[in-house]
Write a protein that binds this ligand. Sequence first.
Ligand SMILES: *[C@@H]1O[C@H](CO)[C@@H](O)[C@H](O)[C@H]1NC(C)=O
Ligand SMILES: *[C@@H]1O[C@H](CO)[C@@H](O)[C@H](O)[C@H]1NC(C)=O
Ligand SMILES: *[C@@H]1O[C@H](CO)[C@@H](O)[C@H](O)[C@H]1NC(C)=O
Length: 365
Amino acid sequence: MYLVQKLLPQLPLQIIWSCAILIIFQQNDSAVSLPNNETVPAVIVFGDSIVDPGNNNYITTLVKCNFLPYGSDFAGGDHPTGRFSNGLIPSDIIAAKFGVKKILPAYLDPNLTPEDLLSGVSFASGGAGYDPLTSTLASVIPLSSQLEMFKEYKNKIKEAVGGSRAANIISKSIYIVCIGSDDIANTYVQTPFRRAQYDIPSYTDLMAGQAISFLKKLYGVGARRVGVFGLTALGCVPSQRTVDGGIRRACANSSNQAASLFNSKLSSQMNALNREFPDARLVYLDSYNPLLDMIHNPSLYGFEETEKGCCGTGNIEVSILCNPYTLEMCANASNYIFWDSYHPTEKAYYVLSSLVLDDKIKDFF
Ligand SMILES: *[C@@H]1O[C@H](CO)[C@@H](O)[C@H](O)[C@H]1NC(C)=O
Ligand SMILES: *[C@@H]1O[C@H](CO)[C@@H](O)[C@H](O)[C@H]1NC(C)=O
Ligand SMILES: *[C@@H]1O[C@H](CO)[C@@H](O)[C@H](O)[C@H]1NC(C)=O
């Protein structure tokens, strides 16, 4: 909406609003039917900027986006919430898919009500990684602290509804883990610290080791239905094309290879964990091939631009570099896969979430 208002200042606000409401109306009809008439009490999310609805607004870090043009299409327009996109992000879209709620809030939001807590929150923090160094370098909430916050959350819902209902919520909820791309794109590619000690095979071992250790701890605190996103085709995001894709900004092969190597380690180790914990459903969620398919066949999904973000030049801007003073914006974010040089648009997140999740829903039950 920010864009529309900037481009068409003479358009009556009413028309802008009704267009926004229409868009929201069309996209909300997104719950899928769950097997055996299951209902999911809550969706609980851990991760990085792909699923951070604004936790970073409440901590001291540069990894923020609670300013326009972020949120320019959120809830009718011009609501920068700290989500790294123009609108909703996968944590919201997934909560809606499981029929829980349309907007999944940030745990650190001081305005949360007990009801908000009961149907789930996100503990994710933009810039975090499986590698603890990644979160330290970005001054954001590491995965270990996200888990501590979850323990505090458990106590809060126990106080609100009592032990047995709280236990039911904890065991029946859907847990989503989406993290790890910053380990490769930021820590490994852009700083020397890890490259000095690790090659890609050993660094992806470190990441997978951290991932599995986190999943064991999550099982230990009661999670049973857990979806874990693999890394996407990282080398094809605009910033990686710019940094490492040569003069023609091709997909950066090294990041893509690192991402797929990590994914194969993660998914095979998750299979082993499923055998170790037969009462759990750990579901590996492939986002690598779906994003590549969207980039290779944009028109199939209604996209026109696959190599640049909507914000600014689209080649480098992300977080504080994409801000209210960014002059150049694309005319219509719906035609773009990427909103900034790193994060997809709301529309791309809708497409991606369906491609990643719809066939996997049954595996959670
Ligand atoms: C689901 O609920 C409907 C309506 O209550 C019922 O007719 C149906 O048998 C249920 N299905 C299962 C698999 O429990
Ligand atoms: C990546 O690999 C493909 C095929 O192996 C090659 O055509 C392309 O030029 C490579 N891209 C870069 C940026 O090196
Ligand atoms: C933006 O593009 C989408 C899809 O191509 C289209 O449905 C929509 O009307 C466009 N919005 C504006 C404001 O042009």
